[in-house]
Design a protein. Structure first.
Length: 431
């Protein structure tokens, strides 16, 4: 009887290491059918999950009902599992270099409990070669076991989109890979337990790693093109969204839009690829150019806001600006790598008074991460309002709402163009 059959019969367990916005949905989906151990190093998060609460606020409490899952912060409990899925963050540091500390830490945790015949599948986004070159040696060192001969390793990149209730783990075709034919077959069958569309079997681990990283790099470059076009069109004096609407009437035009590119995927993953390229003696020109454009957009928005206020004949020192939205994307609570912070930082450098509101973000988290918090009391004398994130709560706000905040001389800065053609009396600008 192979490992897949043992898992199906609940004779062996699956563990998921890292229960964030990726790991928790995976663990709960598997727990519908098989026995799961969900591990996280944060005891506070584990306690929340034991009480049916998602620390990322993505899942309803009902998602925890009737699941065969044990939540734990004790790594010794992982010994009970034989198929381990690692889904920890892979961020970048202050110099845009890969920060592999969470991944290496998770590899050490798994290595310390690894047994002969165990499988380890990594889901964290990495550069091609990272799994075999960086993670496997740690597993071997900590376990004293030999790769392939004693334990198997695979890679299956996560494709979870925070805030997306349609493209969930069970609905997205899964790319899988293994270190040999046997492991590829077992890993494929295990994921087919939960993934309705099935799996794509990549020929090797490096291909699967590369496939994941170019998914987000491709999006990053397309958005960078839109952002650069918006800068050009602004100088011409035409609205970018009007141009995209016209161009979008062609059947094969790719519909990307300008905006702030943050978060822990699109704004991070390309740097993993450029890091690997540098190590191979190649400086990635196109990818780095796209990253430069997207990383500069927060400062660009702030400077355009300052120009609009000055054009009204107002003193910028002491001007008041309301920033609406602080998360990295719409309808989520996650503020990690949010480029709204760049907008706030740049405005403050001009001595502008900045108030920030967001119906989803946590004020204490913003204060700890970016040194600003959410305001509770809105004023009625703002010089400009920047709609930075298109949360659903903002979609139906009319011009009257902004007039009440700013008066007849206010400026609406609409980054995502959600109020295009709706603002008639106030000054209006969008990317």
């Amino acid at each position: 009887m192979n490992l897949y059959d043992q898992i199906i019969k609940k004779e062996e367990k699956i563990s998921v290491i890292g229960l964030g916005y990726v790991g928790l949905p995976i663990a709960l989906e598997f727990a519908k059918s098989v026995s799961v151990i969900g591990f996280d190093i944060n005891q506070g998060r584990v306690d929340m999950m034991k009480n049916g609460q998602d620390p990322s606020f993505e899942l309803d409490s009902s998602e925890f009902d009737n699941k065969d899952i044990q939540f734990t912060a004790n790594p010794e409990d992982l010994k009970e599992a034989k198929f381990h899925i690692v889904a920890v963050p892979t961020p970048i540091d202050d110099y845009n270099q890969p920060d592999l500390r969470p991944l290496k830490g998770a590899s050490k945790t798994v290595g310390n409990i690894l047994k002969k015949g165990d499988y380890v599948v990594f889901e964290s986004t990495v550069y091609p070669g990272c799994t075999e070159d960086d993670c496997v040696p740690i597993l071997e060192e900590c376990s004293g076991l030999k790769f392939v001969e004693d334990f198997k390793v695979g890679y299956s990149p996560e494709r979870i989109n925070p805030g997306d209730k349609e493209h969930t783990i069970s609905k997205i075709l899964k790319v899988v890979s293994g270190c040999d034919d046997e492991s590829l077959d077992i890993i494929s069958k295990v994921y087919e337990i939960i993934v309705e569309p099935g799996v794509h079997r990549a020929p090797n681990i490096k291909v699967a790693e590369a496939a994941k990283i170019i998914e987000n790099t491709q999006r990053d470059l397309n958005i960078a093109l839109m952002n650069e076009l918006s800068i050009i069109f602004n100088r011409i004096g035409i609205n970018t969204f009007d141009v995209l609407e016209a161009a979008g009437t062609k059947w094969n035009f790719l519909k990307f839009f300008p905006g702030l590119v943050g978060g822990h995927c699109i704004g991070v993953d390309p740097y993993y690829l450029t890091f690997k390229a540098e190590g191979l003696g190649y400086h990635a020109k196109v990818i780095n150019s796209g990253r430069y454009v997207n990383d500069s957009m927060g400062f660009y928005v702030a400077k355009q806001t300052v120009k609009k206020i000055l054009a009204k004949g107002k003193n910028i020192s002491g001007a008041k600006v309301l920033v609406m939205g602080a998360t990295f994307k719409e309808n989520v609570s996650d503020v990690r790598n949010s480029k709204v912070s760049d907008v706030v930082k740049e405005l403050r450098s001009y001595s502008v008074q900045v108030d920030v509101i967001d119906p989803h973000a946590d004020s204490d988290e913003l204060q700890e991460e970016y040194h600003f918090s959410l305001t509770d009391n809105l004023e009625s004398s703002y010089d400009a309002a920047i709609v930075a994130v298109n949360h659903k709560e903002y979609s139906d706000l009319g011009e009257t709402y902004f007039k009440d905040l700013m008066g007849p001389d206010g400026i609406v800065i609409d980054i995502k163009g959600i109020y295009k053609d709706q603002i008639k009396d106030l000054s209006y600008w969008s990317l």
